[in-house]
Design a protein around this ligand. Structure first.
Ligand SMILES: Nc1ncnc2c1ncn2[C@@H]1O[C@H](COP(=O)(O)OP(=O)(O)OP(=O)(O)O)[C@@H](O)[C@H]1O
Ligand SMILES: [Mg+2]
Length: 417
C-alpha cells in the first residue's frame, strides 16, 4: 500500500475498515501460526465452517485444521507466496467450501508474518460440476439417440428386405426350378448311358452282328448323339443356376448385415451397386431397362452395407416413379478425392414444392402401406455419416436424378462420437 496523499495513521484506520468491508476472508499470523489479525469475512467463514464461532481462535489450526497446510506454508516461506485451492467441509452445508487462497510471506519489524487472503470459489465449482453433469447427460442422450438411429437403420433395412422377400424368393425359385428339372433329365441320361455301357461290355465278351445291332438300336432309342451335346449344356446351365442362387444368398447376407462393430472398411462401390441391383432386380425388371455406365473408381473408405441401403432406396424410388416402362440409369465416376454415383429415372419427377421435403422423415407421396417415407431420410443420414452429400435434380413429367458424392478417404477417426 502506498500513501499517496494520506497519512500513515489515518491509512491504518481506513485500511482496517476496508479489510472488514471486503468479502474475501483475510488473516495475518506469525511464524508460530498465532493469529494476529482477521477481518469480518474471516469470522463469517469460520462460522460457516463450524456452524458457530469456536473459541478461542488464537492459532490458525483452530480456525480450521486444513486452512493452511504445512506444505503451503513452506512454499510461502521460501518463495514468498503460495497460491492454490483448498476445499473445506462446512457444517450444515451440502457442499464443501472451495477457497482460492493466496498465502504471502510478510515482514514486520524484522519478524516473519504471513498474510492469508481467500476467495470463495464454491459457486464456480458448482457451475463447473453442473456443466460437467449436463455434459455427461448430453453424452448419454447422444449415445442413446445414436443407438436408436442405428436400430432404425437396421429395421428399415430389414423391412425393405421383408418387402423384397417375395421378389427375392422368386429370383431364387427360378434357377432352382430349372436346376431341379435338369437333374431329372440328367438322371435319365445317366441311366441310359449306364445301360449302353452294359451293352458294350456284353458285346466285348461275345461280339457279333447281333450285339452290334443291339448297340445301334439302343443308341437310336436313347438318342445318344443328342445326349452327347445336351449333357454338358445341362450341366453348365445348372451350374449357372446354382451360382446365381449362391450370389443372391451372399448379396442378401451382405445387405442385411449390420455394419455396427464392423467399422469402416475400404470397399469397391461397384460391387455394392451390383449386389444391390441383384436384390432389387425383381422389383425393377418390369419397369424397363437398366443402363449402367460405370467409370473408374478407387475403393473408398465406407460402411458398405449402409451404402447398399442408400443405393437400394434410390433404385426402388426410381422404379416406383416409373409407371409403365422406362429407363433407369446408373453412372459412376470420380474426381480427385471424391467418387459419385448418379441414379436417374425417366419417371414422374418431383414437383418443386416437394423437392425440399423429400429427405424429411415420413414424407411420402405414396399410398398408405406402400411407402413409409423413411427411405430418403435414412439414406441422407447414412451419406452424411460418410461426410458426403446427395444432390437431386428433377423435372416433373421427365424424371429425376439423385447424385451421391462420397469422399474416398474419411477425415481422421470417422466413427468418432
Ligand atoms: N425418383 C423419384 N421420382 C419421383 N419422386 C421421388 C423419387 N424419389 C423420391 N421421390 C419422392 O420422395 C418421397 C420420399 O421418398 P422416400 O424414399 O423417403 O419415401 P417413400 O419412397 O415414399 O417410402 P419408403 O422409401 O419408406 O418406402 C417419395 O414418396 C416421392 O414422392
Ligand atoms: Mg423410397
Amino acid at each position: 500500500m502506498r500513501f499517496v496523499n494520506g497519512s500513515r495513521s489515518e491509512g491504518a484506520d481506513l485500511l482496517d475498515s476496508l479489510a472488514d468491508a471486503l468479502h474475501d476472508p483475510m488473516l495475518v499470523f506469525d511464524a508460530g501460526l498465532r493469529v494476529l489479525y482477521a477481518n469480518d469475512a474471516a469470522f463469517q467463514l469460520v462460522a460457516r465452517l463450524h456452524g458457530a464461532t469456536p473459541a478461542p481462535l488464537d492459532v490458525v489450526g483452530a480456525w480450521h485444521p486444513d486452512l493452511v497446510s504445512p506444505a503451503a506454508l513452506a512454499v510461502a516461506a521460501t518463495e514468498g507466496e503460495w497460491v492454490g485451492e483448498v476445499s473445506l467441509p462446512a457444517m450444515s452445508e451440502a457442499h464443501p467450501i472451495a477457497l482460492r487462497v493466496q498465502l504471502v510471506a510478510l515482514r514486520s519489524a524484522g519478524e516473519a508474518r504471513y498474510g492469508f487472503v481467500a476467495r470463495d470459489v464454491s459457486a464456480d465449482h458448482a457451475r463447473r460440476d453442473e456443466l460437467s453433469n449436463r455434459n455427461a447427460e448430453l453424452k448419454e442422450a447422444y449415445r442413446k439417440l445414436k443407438g436408436a438411429q442405428e436400430q432404425l437403420i437396421q429395421s428399415e433395412k430389414l423391412a425393405s428386405i421383408g418387402q423384397l422377400a417375395a421378389g427375392v424368393a422368386h429370383e431364387i425359385n427360378n434357377p432352382i426350378g430349372y436346376v431341379h428339372s435338369n437333374l431329372g433329365t440328367l438322371a435319365d441320361y445317366s441311366r441310359h448311358l449306364l445301360t449302353l455301357i452294359g451293352t458294350y461290355e456284353e458285346a466285348l465278351r461275345s461280339p457279333g452282328p447281333a450285339a452290334t445291332a443291339e448297340i445301334a438300336e439302343l443308341r437310336r432309342r436313347f438318342d445318344i448323339d443328342f445326349v452327347v451335346d445336351d449333357l454338358p449344356a445341362l450341366l453348365s446351365e445348372s451350374r449357372e443356376g446354382i451360382e446365381r442362387v449362391r450370389k443372391i444368398v451372399q448379396d442378401l447376407k451382405d445387405f442385411s448385415r449390420s455394419d455396427r462393430g464392423d467399422g469402416w472398411v475400404v470397399a469397391d462401390i461397384h460391387r455394392g451397386l451390383d449386389s444391390t441391383l441383384n436384390i432389387v432386380w425383381n422389383e425393377i425388371k418390369y419397369k424397363g431397362q437398366i443402363v449402367k455406365s460405370f467409370g473408374d473408381l478407387p475403393a473408398i473408405e465406407c460402411l458398405p452395407s449402409e451404402l447398399n441401403q442408400v443405393f437400394m432406396n434410390i433404385l426402388m424410388n426410381a422404379a416406383q416413379a416409373i409407371s409403365d416402362q422406362g429407363i433407369i440409369t446408373i453412372s459412376t465416376g470420380s474426381d480427385g478425392g471424391h467418387v459419385w454415383v448418379a441414379i436417374g429415372d425417366d419417371g414422374e419427377g418431383i414437383p418443386e414444392t416437394n423437392l425440399l421435403r423429400i429427405f424429411d422423415p415420413f414424407f411420402t407421396t405414396k399410398p398408405v402401406g406402400k411407402g413409409t417415407g423413411l427411405g430418403l431420410a435414412i439414406s441422407y443420414g447414412i451419406v452424411a455419416k460418410h461426410n458426403g452429400r446427395i444432390d437431386v435434380t428433377s423435372t416433373p413429367g421427365q424424371g429425376s436424378m439423385f447424385r451421391i458424392v462420397l469422399p474416398v478417404k474419411q477425415p481422421a477417426a470417422p466413427a468418432a462420437e
